[in-house]
Design a protein. Structure first.
Length: 231
């Protein structure tokens, strides 16, 4: 159905570094805004290309933004040209934010969120249920997607309590017209349980591991050439 853009730093001495190794320093130094926007631009350009392939029209992209980036007064003015240049529809772009970002919400953040919604960009709450969950967020902000935290996904198909929580989140989301993604799907048991719900998406190593853009593009071309619809 779509992709999530993940940042990596190819360090000359330390090799490929995950965000945990450099995002805190990027936030402290103020470089996080530039990183967020660069990742978003690269991802939008790639997915827009794939959308132009037969069977790829529905593909969408989710990209993380930090609280600092979201509070920038000119964020919408920076995102608009990214969308326009790539040709991707705003409704197929999801900005992932954490619940902590909403807790630290300021007037400027609230204003920016409203303007993003007017632009058509969707908001996704990452790691939902991990700490500051509040139904008030779902009422106050135009949330389009909830990602169920991994702590409630790990034992799906084995733990009745996790299953009950996942069902409750899904029922709430469906009632509000919000989509749901279960994170970290890594086993056939998790996948089978999720498929039985019919209304939730899954994301995790079982379904697809993180890959460079070029590798994803090769896989999509091979899928299209085989006559199958990419999912």
């Amino acid at each position: 159905m779509g992709f999530e853009a993940l940042a990596r730093w190819r360090h000359p001495q330390r090799g490929l570094l995950t965000p945990q190794a450099f995002i805190p320093a990027a936030e402290e130094s103020g470089l996080i805004e530039a990183i967020d926007l660069a990742v978003l631009a690269e991802a939008c350009d790639a997915v827009a290309r794939w959308q132009r392939q037969p069977g790829g029209e529905h593909l969408r992209i989710a990209s993380n933004v930090s609280a600092r980036t979201l509070s920038a007064a000119n964020l919408v003015e920076q995102i608009e040209p990214i969308l326009r240049r790539s040709g991707i529809r705003a409704q197929q772009v999801y900005l992932e934010i954490t619940e902590t970002t909403l807790v630290a919400e300021t007037h400027s953040t609230s204003t920016t969120i409203g303007r993003l919604r007017q632009l058509g960009v969707q908001l996704a709450i990452d790691d939902f249920g991990s700490g500051y969950s509040s139904l008030l967020y779902l009422k106050r902000f135009p949330v389009g997607l909830l990602e169920i935290d991994r702590s409630f996904v790990a034992d799906l198909g084995r733990d009745p309590e996790d299953e009950a929580i996942a069902r409750a989140i899904l029922s709430l989301a469906v009632a509000l017209g919000v989509e749901v993604v279960a994170e970290v799907i890594e086993t056939d048991t998790q996948h089978a349980w999720l498929r039985n719900l019919h209304r939730a998406y899954g994301q995790g190593y079982l379904l697809g591991k993180p890959l460079p853009i070029a590798a994803v593009e090769q896989q999509l071309k091979a899928t299209i050439q085989s006559g199958m619809t990419p999912v």
